[in-house]
Design a protein around this ligand. Structure first.
Ligand SMILES: *[C@@H]1O[C@H](CO)[C@@H](O)[C@H](O)[C@H]1NC(C)=O
Ligand SMILES: *[C@@H]1O[C@H](CO)[C@@H](O)[C@H](O)[C@H]1NC(C)=O
Length: 416
């Protein structure tokens, strides 16, 4: 009956045992390496501002040694990523009522609606502040729905209704939810729309040809880039369909990108793959740093509904979801965060203003902000470029993130 000779079975067993021991060994080695690797990346300090945004991760001594030995002559200034740019004169306006990191903003004519965000890593906002570009004052404040996410949202507007998609619910590095809200800015009433098929962190979101498009973002674990792209027909704050439709996936995934519709084309600009994750077992979902890749890729959709690749930004740039305005057929982007310093591995913020001219499809660096800053919220009114909020650098010589601010600034914009 036995199909195999006993001896054969025996040797098969031995081979199986050897194989199992070998894979156990490999698995242990892998886990060990992984734990070592992670611990090198976890920087847990008591100051909330320092996690995760102060990334003073002192490399283990032997690593520093390796770096020194390998490149003894090498000196790379902390500010090497800054690009030459004209100094601009900025005028400081009234600060937002609260400091805000990872906030979101929508401009509807002279009113600038600023949503949610972190006050610090342990506290998130659940309200909207409103700035009036006519009077240059913060004029209104109202609550967001209790079930709405607080950061990593997707936002879009039709100039009356503001659609707010998915995002992270709660402080630190908590989980995402798939709920979708709509705000009628005339009545300040909130309503629900069908939830996204899956929750996402900071997906690229925009209204285009009567449909709310949501693509990319981070998956449920906060780190894995999503490529999915969905859309929902909407009109006057109502969904015209019961569920989201699957669209052509985006070539590269990840959160914190600018998503813009102009001249009936949809652009997705910059972003990153990977993000901080909750520390395993942490009851407060404490953020811990993970490997990230920041990129400057630009993708565009038109009638063909096939992604086209356009020239990338002058440098990799992320956390720019609401850091853009459209002026005279150009996209203007203020600040952001770029690739980590190759030697120190520290995070570096961006202090430049970029222009993407849609006539020539060319990028240029047109000016400097008063400081480097990420997740800033930009608006344009009557010739003035405004920005408010975000997390700024440590000073002119130190591009690492530090203070979460609510400062508001403006400058006269003059595009050539
Ligand atoms: C980050 O935090 C550490 C510990 O609080 C502090 O010593 C250091 O100065 C901060 N980071 C940077 C980059 O300066
Ligand atoms: C946009 O173009 C108009 C008309 O050419 C010009 O008057 C205006 O100054 C331009 N705006 C900016 C911000 O450069």
């Amino acid at each position: 009956m036995a199909r195999f000779h006993p001896k054969h079975t025996f040797s098969t067993k031995i081979i199986t045992i050897i194989f199992l021991s070998l894979s156990t060994f490999i698995a242990i080695a892998f886990i060990g390496n992984h734990i070592f690797h992670s611990s090198a990346h976890l920087s847990v300090t008591s100051n909330w501002l320092d996690i995760p945004y102060n990334t003073t991760i002192t490399p283990p001594p032997h690593k520093q040694h390796v770096v020194k030995n390998k490149t003894p002559q090498r000196f790379l200034s902390a500010t090497f990523a800054d690009l030459p740019a004209p100094q601009w004169n900025w005028e400081q306006m009234d600060s937002a009522p609260v400091p805000r990191l990872d906030g979101y903003a929508i401009q509807i004519q002279n009113l600038f609606y600023v949503f949610s965000g972190y006050a610090n890593l342990d506290h998130v906002h659940s309200h909207v502040d409103v700035f009036d570009f006519r009077s240059n004052e913060w004029v209104d404040k109202f609550d967001t729905p209790k079930e709405m996410a607080h950061s990593h949202l997707g936002v879009a507007t039709d100039r009356r209704y503001i659609y707010i998609v998915s995002g992270q619910y709660g402080p630190q590095c908590r989980g995402p939810i798939s709920t979708v809200f709509v705000l009628d800015t005339k009545t300040k009433k909130w309503d629900h729309l069908p939830p996204l098929p899956f929750p996402r962190y900071a997906p690229a979101t925009q209204l285009w040809r009567g449909r709310l498009h949501v693509m990319g973002g981070g998956k449920e674990n906060r780190h894995t880039p999503a490529l999915d792209h969905w859309s929902l027909a909407v009109k006057d704050g109502k969904a015209l369909e019961k569920q989201w439709r699957t669209e052509i996936p985006i070539p590269r995934g990840g959160p914190h990108r600018a998503c813009i519709v102009v001249n009936d084309h949809l652009y997705v600009i910059g972003g990153q793959e990977g993000d901080f994750m909750p520390k395993p077992g942490s009851p407060i979902f404490k953020c811990s740093r993970r490997h990230e890749v920041v990129y400057g890729d630009v993708y565009m959709l038109d009638d063909e509904m096939k992604w086209k690749v356009l020239p990338p930004m002058p440098k990799p740039n992320s956390h720019i979801e609401c850091a853009w305005v459209i002026v005279n057929n150009s996209i203007i982007i203020t600040g952001g965060t770029t690739e980590k310093h190759p030697v120190t591995k520290r995070m570096m913020l961006v202090g430049e203003v970029f222009q993407f001219n849609l006539d020539s499809m060319k990028w240029s660096v047109i000016g400097k902000l008063p400081y480097r800053v990420k997740t800033t919220l930009a608006g344009f009114w009557d010739g003035w470029l405004y920005f408010t909020s975000g997390q700024r650098d440590r000073g002119p010589d130190n591009p690492q993130p530090r203070k979460v601010v609510g400062e508001t600034w403006r400058t006269k914009l003059c595009l050539s």
